[in-house]
Design a protein around this ligand. Structure first.
Ligand code: GLN
Length: 568
């Protein structure tokens, strides 16, 4: 394959955004990977922000952290999950990042005195990045997802890069447009006109779609397929029906049924490449296991970012949700997830409703809102023997909760909320303090992959089955080393630390005290994959299934579990 020219597929949006362009890109990538090709993916976000790290999650969704610490868009998470690879900084670009590099080079005299222009210098930098990511992955095919939709001012320079690449690499570029076909309720019929307009908008920037993916509530019928083909100048076999699906992981199989992989490889290689059956079968098997999972498990995610107006914003925790699904499927279970806003628990009210869940997960977060609610929830889970999994802020608040109620340090808090407290059990590290004083917020947390050492005989050690692990991080605060000895004496087990034992990476309670209480400072959700569920999520799901089974055997089990309650 390496002697072949590298191929590039641009994925652009037509009509409206939010119809699954990221999933389409990921699924096409997985489909081509199933043809034995080496595939990588690049995400382009048209905003000025250098990365997604400084954006409000309710507006932008989850910040997905890469191995190298880059804070990126949640689509990068989809690429990593679908492809089973680790991507890096070069696979993600924003308008801000591209301009920043061009300006840096200009200041360094790297343009040797010439006028530096928006066109062609900006698209040329975009192309340089795309080619660099292809080279880094030694990819046969690189997918480039251009954020937004055609016809917006914002992404014109990225489409210009696609146009210029077509000249530079004739025959090696394909353009896929993910469009949307509305079915207006009064009309009751699927409309192709917006797609026609989008195809024209693409023409007006010098590009022609090679493939149109027709997203809609329903499958595309033959009549509309032919209409789109004729009016948008795309052969009918390259107009792909993409109706709403139950699970995004069905997308590669659905595209395979429509022979999208054959159409794309024929376009790029002059002949359709055959599938590596076993790779496609892996997706089929995953879908089968998902549909036929026999057991049920009900998990509550308690966070603060759930509501935006009338809508539930589960996108903020998308990687956590996917990680729960993968581990549940591997355990032959369907996971039902309830999204619960923490502010309602602030006054210590409403906690009884938590008794019905098989497990409680408190994910990462920032700032003051809903914090006391989360602490109350953690206390409830601890005192009632409900399996608990805390991630990042979830771990920090578990330490605060334990310090307050088990060590009697009523003022215990994280310095993020109460910097003057007598017991800052979670504190900012000195290097982070300096950054804060300089108002240097962007990209300056403890970010990306760090190693940790797990203590033998602990729950985390049992979950991973080894003592050395590597996990991705995104936080500024840490367990304060000053209080570690006292907290340990008080019964909190620091089961994982940085290799130099300076930073606490995981905490847990002994099983004699609580059936499953585990929290980690890192974000394990970023490493969970459909075909490789994450050990900590799997251990949590297993504990939740046990808890459910125990309760259904004896309805009084919840009450008897109160005996775990350690009073002090
Ligand atoms: N706010 C906490 C910190 O900065 C936790 C961050 C997180 O949960 N990702 O350390």
């Amino acid at each position: 394959m390496t002697t072949r020219a590298r191929k590039y597929i641009f994925v652009v949006g037509g009509v409206i955004s939010g119809v699954g362009k990221g999933v389409a890109t990921s699924a096409i990538a997985a489909l081509l990977q199933a043809k034995g090709l080496r595939v990588t993916a690049v995400k382009i976000d048209p905003y000025i922000n250098i990365d997604a790290g400084t954006m409000n999650p309710t507006e932008h969704g989850e910040v997905f952290v890469l191995e190298d610490g880059d804070e990126t868009d949640q689509d990068m998470g989809n690429y990593e999950r679908f492809l089973g690879v680790n991507l890096s900084r070069i696979n993600y670009m924003t308008t801000g990042r591209v301009y920043q590099e061009v300006i840096r080079r200009e200041r360094n005299l790297e343009y040797r005195g010439k006028n530096v222009e928006v066109v062609p210098d900006i698209p040329l930098e975009v192309i340089r990045r795309i080619e660099a990511s292809a080279k880094k992955a030694d990819a046969d095919v690189t997918l480039i997802e251009v954020g937004g939709t055609v016809g917006e001012y914002q992404n014109v320079l990225f489409l210009e890069a696609a146009r210029m690449m077509r000249i530079k690499h004739p025959g090696d570029i394909a353009i896929v447009m993910v469009s949307y076909l509305p079915i207006p309720s009064k009309v009751g019929e699927m409309k192709t006109k917006p797609t026609q307009h989008a195809a024209r908008a693409l023409n007006s920037v010098g590009l022609q779609a090679d493939v149109i993916i027709a997203r809609a509530e329903q499958p595309l019928d033959q009549k509309r397929k032919e209409k789109i083909s004729l009016l948008c100048s795309v052969p009918a076999n390259r107009v792909i029906s993409a109706p709403d699906i139950e699970s995004i992981y069905d997308a590669p199989i659905n595209y395979a049924k429509d022979k999208l992989g054959e159409a794309l490889t024929e376009l790029l290689y002059g002949q359709p490449l055959k599938h590596d059956r076993s790779r496609l079968a892996a997706w089929e098997d995953f879908a089968k296991r998902r549909k036929h999972a026999a057991k049920k498990v009900h998990i509550a995610i308690v966070g603060k970012y759930f509501s935006s107006g009338e809508f539930v914003m589960s996108d903020v925790y998308i990687s956590v949700i996917e990680a729960l699904k993968f581990s549940a499927i591997a355990a032959d279970a369907q996971v039902q997830i309830s999204y619960i806003g923490s502010p309602q628990f602030e006054e210590g009210k409403n906690l009884e409703q938590l008794a019905k869940y098989d497990g409680i997960l408190v994910p990462g977060g920032f700032g003051k809102n809903g914090v006391e609610g989360k602490i109350n929830v953690i206390r409830y889970a601890r005192e009632h023997g409900i399996p608990f999994f805390g991630i990042c802020y979830g771990m920090q608040l578990a330490v605060v909760e334990y310090a307050r109620h088990m060590l009697g340090w009523q003022n215990a808090h994280t310095a993020e909320i109460a910097p003057e407290t007598t017991h800052p059990v979670i504190d900012i590290m000195p290097d982070q303090k300096a950054l804060m004083q300089d108002k240097n917020y962007g990209g300056t947390m403890r970010l990306g992959t760090y190693p940790a050492t797990l203590r033998k005989g602990t729950l985390v050690h049992a979950a991973y089955g080894r003592t050395q692990i590597k996990e991705r991080h995104r936080h500024r605060f840490e367990v304060n080393p000053r209080f570690v000895a006292k907290l340990s004496e008080g019964g909190l087990v620091f089961s994982g630390t940085s290799p130099d034992a300076r930073l606490m990476e995981t905490v847990e309670l002994p099983q004699a005290v609580h059936p499953y209480f585990v929290a980690c400072q890192f974000h394990p959700e970023f490493l969970a994959r459909p075909f490789a569920p994450h050990p900590l999520f799997s251990a949590f799901i297993a504990a939740a299934l046990d808890h459910r089974a125990a309760r259904s055997e004896s309805p009084d089990a919840t009450a008897s579990k109160l005996s775990w309650q350690v009073t002090k």
